[in-house]
Design a binder for this molecule. Structure first.
Ligand code: CA
Length: 234
């Protein structure tokens, strides 16, 4: 498993050392950097990491900014964000910045390792296409490739994050049925169904840009007022 490469971005040295030690015991190859700018530099160089463990409170560029910049630059490496407190605002900010999962400090080692394994597994699962035959799904003129994390349409290619792919898959697994925001928060984000956030709405807007002829008049991902969304197949 030495070819699974993790980057830890954490400025508290004793914590970084502890995290590295325990991840290495699990068999991962681990690098540590102590601030956001160093993380951006490191992530711009090949070879790619399999997972980034990203602290929110960092000197200079904070974890939210690192996350947003990476996503804006088209880097969709899975990100586990470490929030200082279990503040729902922090969690939501992290997810809206494009993180794939979060963990509040202080955390139990076993919980942390389980989250790392979970994210790596989700990556493998999404790559292997899950229930999609050959990993490719057709919705109208759009082709969704769960293996390559891409939506291809009219010659354009859009990259999907893990969470975008997971949300699209959840909708697709329930064709014609309304999927509620609470259900999405639970199944895609691992959050309590009543969490206050616009994250789901923002993701729906993004998916519509990939799938709809006119994102303002959606025909594929339809809003059912007061209930949720449903995917309308051909
Ligand atoms: Ca910190």
């Amino acid at each position: 498993m030495a070819d699974v490469r993790l980057l830890v971005v954490e400025d508290e040295e004793h914590l970084a050392t502890g995290i590295r030690f325990n991840l290495e015991l699990e068999g991962y190859a681990v690098e540590v950097v102590g601030d956001g700018k160093a993380a951006m530099r490191r992530l711009a160089e090949p070879p790619a990491f399999d997972l980034v463990i990203l602290d929110v409170m960092l000197p200079g560029l904070d974890g939210f900014a690192v996350c947003r910049k990476l996503r804006a630059a088209g880097n969709f490496v899975p990100i586990l964000m470490l929030t200082a407190k279990s503040l729902p605002e922090d969690v939501v900010s992290g997810l809206e910045a494009g993180a794939d999962d979060y963990l509040a400090k202080p955390f139990e080692l076993e919980v942390f390792l389980a989250r790392v394994r979970g994210l790596l597994r989700r990556r493998d699962w999404a790559r292997n296409g899950g229930v999609a035959r050959e990993g490719v799904l057709q919705i109208g003129p759009a082709e969704i490739d769960f293996e390559a994390f891409e939506v291809r349409r009219d010659g354009a290619v859009h990259r999907l994050t893990l969470l975008e792919a997971a949300l699209l898959r959840l909708l697709w697994q329930n064709p014609g049925r309304v999927v509620t925001k609470g259900e999405i928060l639970e199944k895609v984000w691992n959050l309590a169904p009543d969490t206050e956030t616009r994250a789901v709405d923002n993701f729906i807007v993004r998916l519509r840009r990939y799938l709809e002829d006119d994102p303002k008049e959606p025909k594929r991902i339809v809003t059912v007022r007061g209930a949720g969304w449903k995917l309308v197949p051909d």
